[in-house]
Design a protein around this ligand. Structure first.
Ligand SMILES: Nc1nc2c(c(=O)[nH]1)N[C@H]1C(S)=C(S)[C@@H](COP(=O)(O)O)O[C@H]1N2
Ligand SMILES: [Mo]
Length: 437
């Protein structure tokens, strides 16, 4: 069918030359900040592409591709995972969750996204597994599965885990890496032992400042001496009682793809800190320097830079907390709704180390916003559910836009925020299209 080719062509055109794309699609005159006068040929062509009129067309910012046309992904299947996940890469395996599958308070095991840097390991038996704690500690530990089960208090928490590169696909020029859209986020219920309790058992030396994490997943090259990834975090984050060495996900063994039998969860921070298939934590007297800690990896500029800028290394800093963000998990993009009838809109919102204090939705391309109901997190570092009702006044094409505000008053931007060389921290508002009939 030509539909797919057409979509791809439009996406490319919007990427390369948004003004021309607008002029072609909407018949918009360049130099105006709003499309303003969607009429004549522009209106007709847009209507033909979408199969409907756009009642709020005059509000739509210039250069913004209609959300209905922005999707350009293919579906594959991964064993043990929901067939609806979108596979971005099969070597290493990387798959994100379409937002309409993230409608549960707690993300089921088969729905949680997968981000691998190396090969998927063969599962290590629990009896073979151990966790070494070494480096700047009074006493080196090697904990067996039984010790992890019996010697420490267990905690169960709902925790957000988001890839630092979630949203990368929105940046232009396009940074290298997985082109995540919005679905490299999950909020499962994790059971484990506080890393704090383990570090206190080992005894931190005054020199302890940072951790370095190791897992048993092989490097893609097959070279046994190379780590697929080895990141870490400052001791303060590791001593936070919500940072856990997890051995169960939603009350079950952790799926192999998500780190069986044991992984770290350092919630609210770039997901790469949360080592899967965890076997060792090296306590360091300086910032860790394993693969994923150096160069441009998981680093962002200290100051805003123009898109495409080459930023000197000394002006880059290691990412820490993720930032305020939300998704619309219901309805699914592309849903048909009834004109004049209220539509239930639901989603999730989170803000890294912070929490979300307000949630708003818009049906008219951001000109008016209404407050959504926002629930409190069941525990710190869980995402928060929100819901609202919107009513399309007449038949046609609409977009639902959603915007979260964090405890410091910071809001999600309407347009893609600060470009950075590796494409991290894109928290632009999520938007979906609905057709009122
Ligand atoms: N051992 C190991 N741990 C890892 C990774 C990896 O490739 N290997 N990927 C990291 C990254 S970049 C992210 S975003 C999260 C993703 O966790 P998930 O696959 O369970 O969603 O795991 C992190 N932990
Ligand atoms: Mo990640």
């Amino acid at each position: 069918m030509t539909g797919k080719r057409m979509e791809r062509g439009l996406c490319e055109l919007y990427d390369e030359d948004p003004e021309r794309a607008d002029a072609l699609v909407f018949g918009r005159r360049s130099g105006t900040s709003r499309r303003g006068f969607l009429q004549g040929a522009g209106l007709a062509s847009m209507g033909a592409v979408l199969g409907a009129s756009i009642p709020f067309n005059e509000n739509m910012p210039a250069g913004l591709i209609p959300s209905a046309l922005a999707d350009d992904l293919e579906d594959f299947e991964i064993e043990g995972k929901h067939p609806g996940l979108t596979v971005l890469n099969d070597r290493p395996v990387n798959a994100e969750t379409p937002p309409h599958l993230l409608d549960d308070d707690v993300t089921p095991n088969d729905i949680h996204f997968i981000r691998n840097n190396g090969a998927m390991p063969q599962p290590m038996a629990k009896e073979e597994w151990s966790l070494t704690i070494d480096g700047e500690v009074e006493e080196e530990l090697e904990l067996s599965w039984d010790q992890l089960m019996n010697d420490f208090e267990h905690v169960t928490l709902k925790l957000q885990l988001e890839c630092g590169g979630n949203g990368r696909a929105g940046f232009n020029p396009s940074p290298s890496g997985n082109q995540w859209t919005v679905g490299a986020i999950g909020n499962s219920e994790w059971t484990g032992v506080r890393l704090k309790d383990i570090l206190e058992r080992a005894g931190l030396r005054p020199s302890a400042t940072y951790t370095g994490h190791y897992g048993y997943d092989p490097h893609l090259s097959g070279d046994a001496d190379r780590e697929a990834i080895s990141r870490g975090g400052p001791i303060d984050k590791m001593m936070d009682p919500h940072t856990i060495v997890a051995f169960a996900m939603n009350g079950e063994d952790i799926p192999i793809a998500n780190g069986y039998p044991v992984r770290l969860i350092a919630p609210g921070w770039a997901g790469s800190v949360s080592q899967k298939w965890l076997t060792r934590i090296w306590v360091r007297d300086r910032e860790h320097d394993g693969p994923g800690m150096t160069g441009l990896s998981y680093r962002v500029p200290r100051y805003p830079v123009a898109p495409g800028t080459e930023v000197p290394h000394e002006d880059m800093m290691v990412m820490s907390s993720m930032i305020v963000k939300s998704i619309i998990s219901h309805p699914e993009a592309g849903t048909e709704v009834e004109a004049g009838r209220p539509v239930e809109v639901r989603g999730q919102a989170w803000a890294g180390d912070d929490h979300v204090t307000a949630m708003e939705v818009s049906l008219d391309f951001g000109v008016t916003w209404q407050q959504a109901e926002l629930s409190d997190p069941p525990n710190r570092y869980s995402w928060q559910r929100w819901r609202a009702e919107v009513t399309p006044p007449m038949q046609g094409y609409y977009e639902i836009w959603a915007r979260a505000t964090d405890g410091n008053g910071r809001q999600q931007p309407m347009v893609v925020p600060g470009w950075n060389p590796r494409g991290y921290l894109n928290n632009v508002c999520h938007r979906i299209d609905v057709m009122a009939v």
